[in-house]
Design a protein around this ligand. Structure first.
Ligand SMILES: [Fe+2]
Length: 326
């Protein structure tokens, strides 16, 4: 069958308590806090974030889920073709991306079902779908709580090599590409679960958390900025690739965290036409212009100073043809 979900991530930060307090305020539910490790759950995705100590902020692991053991066997064979060795223990495949040293685990499990949220009525010109009533969003007073972890974005020293690992090896599919700069990969019906972007080092750019609608994006960010204007990174806007509304904030370690809604869904691979997007649309469709610190986070130089190539791993050779779609 196939990969079907991004299950969870492990995030390394210098100060676990500070990062944990931030993600609790962001709307995740803390499920444990023991031995310097904190875990968090979303409303519909279960436990999806583990925060552990690391000297420098970095994404340590992403965990994916596939339908059955045949999927793991196929992924194992595909990785062997790329001369990458995975270990299969008790129904869990573990492999390190040779380019970034990011640990990828794939287990067998069922797909979580998300409770469908009722559509919110919006008035339009000549179309009073919400006659004689206020917009429900302006009456909301509860705290914004993300439904699930949607995607992670990582900078890669060799984006083409990383893409090859995640598509030809792990089995993700490319939804769209920005030539030479970025590839949007999916392992579920979400437009992207992993975005690889060319960067001067391997690092975590952001994690993205789905909320109900654009009002929740705005309400969530507004609450996070109250008393903490330094958390603002970029928003409110709408991406062109993936179509999602976005607002990016910054955690105490320097990782960006995104509230998003209305991401494109790809439920039939045959009906989606991957495209190559160039220019500003690679970043956004509308919104304020992205600040330079979104493209090049302020701590990048500091991270680069302490960055060393992972020991004992060799990059996957670059593909013969680049910029192809699948
Ligand atoms: Fe994003």
């Amino acid at each position: 069958m196939s990969l079907h979900s991004l299950e969870s991530i492990k995030l390394g930060v210098p100060d676990v308590q500070a990062a944990g307090a931030y993600y609790a305020e962001f709307g995740l539910d803390r499920t444990s806090d023991e031995g310097g490790i904190q875990t968090f759950a979303t409303q519909d995705g279960g436990e999806q974030l583990e925060i552990v100590h690391a000297e420098r902020r970095r994404l340590l692991e992403i965990r994916l889920v596939a339908d059955d053991q045949d999927d793991l066997d196929r992924i194992d064979r595909n990785l062997q073709r790329l001369e990458v060795t995975a270990t299969d223990t008790e129904g869990k495949l573990t492999v390190q991306d040779p380019n970034s040293a990011l640990l990828v685990t794939i287990s067998v499990g069922d797909k979580r079902t998300m409770e469908p949220r009722p559509a919110v009525p919006y008035n339009g010109p000549g179309r009073p779908d919400r006659a004689n009533d206020r917009a429900p969003a302006v009456e909301r007073t509860d705290r914004v709580r993300p439904r699930k972890l949607g995607h992670v974005v990582v900078g890669s020293l060799d984006q083409a090599s990383s893409e090859r690992f995640f598509t030809e090896g792990i089995g993700m599919k490319a939804s769209d590409r920005v030539p030479g700069l970025a590839s949007f990969l999916r392992c579920s019906t979400d437009h992207h679960n992993l975005l690889l972007q060319q960067a001067p080092l391997n690092f975590l750019h952001h994690t993205a958390w789905e909320v109900d609608d654009v009002d929740e994006v705005g309400r969530g960010a507004t609450a996070m900025l109250e008393g903490h204007p330094e958390r603002h990174v970029w928003g409110l806007g709408r991406h062109h690739i993936g179509s999602n509304f976005f607002w990016y904030l910054k955690d105490p370690a320097g990782n960006f965290s995104e509230y998003y809604s209305d991401l494109d869904c790809i439920v039939d691979d045959q009906l989606w036409k991957p495209s190559v997007v160039e220019g500003a649309k690679g970043l956004y469709n509308w919104g304020p212009p992205p600040p330079p610190s979104f493209i090049q986070p302020d701590d990048l130089a500091e991270l680069m100073t302490g960055n060393h190539a992972p020991q004992g791993v060799n990059p996957i050779p670059r593909p013969v043809r680049e910029g192809t779609t699948s």
